[in-house]
Write a protein that binds this ligand. Structure first.
Ligand SMILES: [Zn+2]
Length: 253
């Protein structure tokens, strides 16, 4: 599944709220109003406005907002908070260009967390839980979000019955996540390379020097979504049954 990356990577304005999908019904987008979207200068900005050196584009905000699902039978309330800044822009008018300051925002938090992809219903609970934990961290702590995908992979291998220890020698040896992913070669050849990439990404997220980006997180989500769809989404099976019913009847079932 391809994720619309702009939804999660771009700054937004109050007039251009991204089409974030409601995490509860997963059908409709979230809306907000100016009464439900509050922002204020940070302390340092408040102290600096009257200084000679201060430029409006140095202003920083903290925002808090309440979004509501636009699906009339859901109307879920979703809280969000984050930060913002003021940007100078030139607006084209009949008399030339006019300077204007526009407030841009970026989220750090949503509750309930946004769902970046649909987790198939038959996915084991511990895998689901690790992915949901990742979703809740994706804006605020990208390394932790990537790490949670790695944990989801470990849970997944446990559910697939991939051994955690090797008994090849007399002494049993604890297998690394890498060794365990290699064991997918025979039964799940299509998934092995993808799981290996998830593992490498998770490793990068665990090192102090490596700064994770939203693209890294979304790469992990796209790969994990593919793996789960292959294992736990019975879409192919459903379509095959439907086709068989129609073919058997040689017409609409
Ligand atoms: Zn909804």
């Amino acid at each position: 599944m391809m994720i619309n990356r702009d939804l999660y990577k771009k700054y937004f304005t109050q007039d251009s709220i991204p089409n974030w999908v409601c995490p509860t019904c997963q059908i409709a987008v979230l809306n907000t109003t100016s009464e439900h979207f509050i922002f204020e200068d940070t302390a340092i900005t408040k102290q600096s406005w009257n200084e000679d050196w201060f430029d409006p584009d140095m202003a920083r905000y903290t925002y808090t907002a309440l979004f509501t699902c636009s699906n009339p039978s859901c109307k879920e309330a979703v809280a969000s908070s984050g930060f913002g800044s003021l940007e100078e822009e030139y607006i084209h008018t009949p008399s030339g260009y006019e300077r204007e300051y526009v407030s841009y925002f970026r989220p750090l938090f949503f509750h309930p967390p946004l769902k970046f992809f649909q987790i198939p219903n038959d996915t084991p609970d511990n895998v689901k839980k690790a992915i949901e934990a990742s979703f809740s961290l994706s804006f605020s702590n990208k390394s932790a979000a990537v790490n949670q995908i790695r944990i989801a992979l470990e849970c997944l291998l446990n559910n697939l019955g991939i051994p955690q220890v090797s008994n090849e020698n007399i002494k049993s040896k604890r297998l690394s996540l890498h060794d365990r992913v290699e064991l997918l070669t025979h039964k799940y050849p299509k998934l092995k390379d993808i799981c290996l990439a998830i593992k490498w990404l998770g490793n990068s997220g665990s090192h102090c020097e490596e700064e994770m980006t939203m693209d890294n997180v979304l790469d992990g989500y796209e790969m994990m979504s593919f793996v789960l769809d292959e294992l736990y989404d019975n879409k192919h099976e459903r379509i095959a049954i439907l086709a068989k019913q129609i073919n058997d009847k040689k017409g609409a079932k």
